[in-house]
Design a protein around this ligand. Structure first.
Ligand code: SF4
Length: 215
């Protein structure tokens, strides 16, 4: 159902354009972190998250009911008009919602579909790139691991490095492995630099949008 099979098996969810999602915001920007850093992308931030990381920098996304619902038709229309080559569906936790309708219409409009998820809710959607950012607060479901393209683990302490390895063992061999320092945690960058030098299968992801001053 996911990735390469999508093009062959894509079938139209009933009235996909009319389906609505709780939406915190959507905007055209530069992907600031991970494997696609520096590429222009259309960000779609759904509302609702049940993972509750204490260091989350989008806590205002957690409460689904605090945000309006928006139709797929309107979201995709804005994404297409932006000229972006790909959309990044993020949150909140985007997999709290069935993403079939949204991703179907995005692909139909010619955009590639990327997702950033904790993997803690059932996988859905027609997805070209899956970034798993696993959280110890609510672990990923087994079903996501075979589909992961990029594993991006936020690191605050050495416990997170153990957590990163535990998840990496479950991902496909060609998964891009990235460690990302928590922005405000002193010592996290140094910890990662030493670790990556000793374990070169890992790379470093930085939140460059914070340096650049873009959201
Ligand atoms: S999963 Fe993401 S949105 Fe949810 S609390 Fe954690 S960092 Fe925030």
């Amino acid at each position: 159902m996911f990735k390469s099979q999508v093009q062959q098996t894509l079938h139209m969810p009933e009235k996909a354009g009319a389906v609505e999602y709780p939406l915190m915001e959507d905007f055209y920007t530069i992907q600031g972190e991970g494997a696609h850093t520096g590429r222009p992308a259309y960000f779609i931030r759904t509302a609702g998250c049940d993972v509750n990381c204490w260091w989350c920098d989008v806590k205002e996304s957690w409460e689904e009911g605090a945000h309006p619902s928006e139709s797929v038709e309107n979201i995709v229309s804005r994404a297409r008009q932006s000229g972006a080559e790909f959309a990044v569906i993020t949150g909140g936790e985007p997999l709290l919602h069935d993403l079939d309708a949204l991703t179907f219409q995005l692909k139909k409009a010619g955009l590639q579909t990327h997702i950033e998820t904790s993997g803690s809710s059932p996988l859905s959607g027609y997805l070209d790139w899956i970034t798993l950012s696993p959280k110890r607060f609510k672990e990923p479901l087994d079903e996501i691991f075979p589909c992961v393209d990029e594993l991006k683990v936020v690191v605050l302490t050495s416990k997170d490095l153990e957590w990163a390895e535990k998840n990496a063992e479950r991902c496909p061999e060609n998964t891009q492995l990235l460690l990302q320092p928590e922005w405000e945690k002193e010592g996290a960058v140094e910890l990662i630099i030493d670790y990556v030098k000793a374990n070169p299968q890992w790379g470093i992801s930085l939140q460059t949008h914070k340096f650049m001053g873009v959201r």
